[in-house]
Design a protein around this ligand. Structure first.
Ligand code: ZN
Length: 199
């Protein structure tokens, strides 16, 4: 269980994992605890995320926190000016300026918590998330449960033929899979067979 930083200097936390791994739930949990502590909070999400609501960060279990929708990461700098704890949801959809923005906020003394998918549906690092993990003080990897075998899942397998990277995750579009089930079902099957040589 993640516990809040004890000092009040700035910091950067990253919460990452596959679809249905509880990233947004964990982000909301940390934001709510900061609110209980009497800290001024703000939460931002990219304008490409239109699931359920335009004005709230909504997780799959319907818990939500009001948020500010921005079109680029630089907007966060101006809008978060007097916030002590800053949440960023769907961080993988932001531009690569996000790391510089988060560093600036942290050096200003803010606690920044960014949640996002670590990998796209092809298993590649997603947007700025790899760099975000490098600059973070703390990284929390959360996991889903494999929908095929019940093991711990870290991959988001796309069920539709749509190959748009920004396609958003609903239950009928993606399923969480463990590595073994992902290798069997996804486009990496050929890659695994080509390079491994053990099959
Ligand atoms: Zn599995």
């Amino acid at each position: 269980m993640f516990l809040e930083p004890k000092c009040h200097a700035g910091s950067i936390e990253v919460i990452s994992g596959s679809m249905f791994s509880g990233k947004t739930e964990e982000l909301i949990r940390r934001l709510r605890r900061a609110q209980i502590a009497g800290l001024k909070t703000a939460i931002f999400k990219p304008s490409t995320d239109t699931r359920y609501s335009q004005t709230a960060v909504v997780s799959h279990d319907k818990h939500s926190v009001q948020s500010i929708v921005v079109s680029k990461s630089a907007d966060i700098l101006a809008l978060a000016e007097d916030s002590q704890v800053i949440g960023i949801d769907e961080a993988q959809f932001f531009d690569n300026e996000l790391t510089a923005v988060c560093r600036t906020l942290a050096f200003r003394g803010a606690r920044v918590i960014a949640a996002g998918l670590d990998m796209d549906y092809l298993g590649r690092p997603f947007g700025p998330m790899g760099a975000m993990m490098c600059i973070a003080d703390d990284v929390t990897k959360v996991h889903a449960i494999c929908s095929r075998c019940g093991s711990v899942a870290q991959f988001s397998h796309r069920l539709s033929a749509d190959d748009k990277l920004v396609s958003l995750g609903e239950k009928n579009t993606y399923e969480p899979l463990c590595r073994e089930c992902y290798a069997k079902l996804s486009q990496v099957k050929e890659l695994v067979n080509d390079t491994c040589g053990c099959n």
